[in-house]
Design a protein around this ligand. Structure first.
Ligand SMILES: Cc1cc2nc3c(=O)[nH]c(=O)nc-3n(C[C@H](O)[C@H](O)[C@H](O)COP(=O)(O)O)c2cc1C
Length: 327
């Protein structure tokens, strides 16, 4: 078991779970670009029990994506246990429990970051899930936040409690629930957590550059790093990190390399979901892929009206190659 956990956490770069973003095709792309560990979008344990096929859609993965973590959310320990049978049927490499989601719909059911206000229930879930995973040698990670709000920051006590309840890995995004995604994540909490627990700590929050990767490792001594928004619209950030870590090479992938990745992302999504659904869902990605370019807004507007794959690809190519024909 220890060697499996090490494979997940010994200086690894993780793709963060991102609802609406890290579907099967995006995870494949990130893996190809160099992500060491990928995690599914969050999957409801109630959904796994009562709407199995639809929920499993979020969890489907290719063998090439291993090590793959399936992230679950919910609030009822018994439902967690029952849902685990369904979750394990797809043979993920590890299970992650979401105790950080700040979204109203989730917290009002007592799940996500709301768990940080009910640490005893959180520990009961972790302990029960761990008991079920232990004989199968499937590690358990818990992803949580700094706390509920500024006056109730409890990440350290909470992390220790989850470790003692059986979590093998702790992933901390050190913002409070009230912060949602605003302000800055508090890396000092990551450093403190790392000092106080014996299980590996995965640091998360505001890693957007190679400098941030180095700084997070250096300041917090965390074992691995998880990246979310820093790779939306630029999965090649994983490649940059890999190249830097292995060859000290800080160069940017070329325009043509980036276009190849975007094209592949689109093709995989079409294969997975069919053209119509893929084009709809890819709009979010296209809007990120076209950010920061002169003419990007016009391209986005055209893409959002188009149902023609070739037209969309041509527009993105022209934008990247600085040869935009729409005025
Ligand atoms: C669009 C979006 C969707 C997210 N979905 C999830 C999710 O399903 N599960 C989860 O644990 N965190 C989710 N998060 C939080 C991220 O995993 C991560 O903790 C957070 O974005 C901070 O990391 P970053 O600064 O690298 O983005 C989401 C964040 C964003 C922006």
């Amino acid at each position: 078991m220890q060697s499996i956990i090490e494979k997940l956490t010994d200086h690894k770069i993780w793709l963060a779970p991102l609802a609406g973003i890290t579907d099967r095709s995006f995870r494949s792309i990130c893996k190809e670009c160099g992500a060491d560990v990928v995690v599914s979008e969050m999957v409801s344990v109630d959904g796994l029990l009562y709407n199995k096929e639809r929920s499993l859609e979020y969890a489907r993965f290719d063998q090439s994506q291993r090590p793959f973590g399936l992230q679950l959310f919910g609030s009822n320990p018994e439902i967690f246990l029952k849902a685990l049978d369904v979750a394990l049927s797809i043979e993920p490499d590890f299970i992650d429990i979401n105790m950080g989601c700040p979204v109203k719909k989730v917290v009002k059911r007592g799940a996500g970051s709301s768990m940080m206000t009910t640490p005893d229930i959180a520990a009961e879930i972790v302990s029960k899930v761990k008991n079920k995973l232990q004989p199968k040698e499937v590690p358990l990670s818990v992803k949580f936040r700094a706390g509920w709000d500024n006056s109730s920051v409890n990440a350290i006590e909470f992390g220790i409690k989850m470790q003692n309840a059986g979590a093998d890995v702790l992933c901390l995004h050190p913002r409070t629930r009230s912060q949602m995604y605003s302000g800055k994540s508090n890396w000092t909490l990551l450093k403190e957590l790392k000092q106080k627990v014996s299980v590996p700590v995965v640091g998360n929050g505001d890693v957007k550059t190679i400098q941030d990767v180095l700084q997070m490792y250096d300041e917090t001594r965390c074992d691995s790093i998880m990246i979310g928004r820093g790779v939306i619209g630029k999965p090649w950030f994983f490649t940059k990190i890999k190249n830097f870590m292995t060859n000290n090479d800080e160069s940017e992938p070329t325009t043509e390399e980036k276009l190849k990745i975007i094209q592949k992302h689109l093709n995989l999504t079409i294969n997975d979901k069919g053209k119509q659904q893929a084009l709809l869902e890819m709009r979010t990605h296209f809007s990120h892929y076209t950010k920061g370019f002169q003419g990007g807004a016009k391209v986005r507007a055209s893409i959002n009206k188009s149902e023609d794959v070739n037209e969309i690809v041509t527009l993105i190519k022209e934008l990247y190659r600085n040869k935009l024909s729409i005025g």
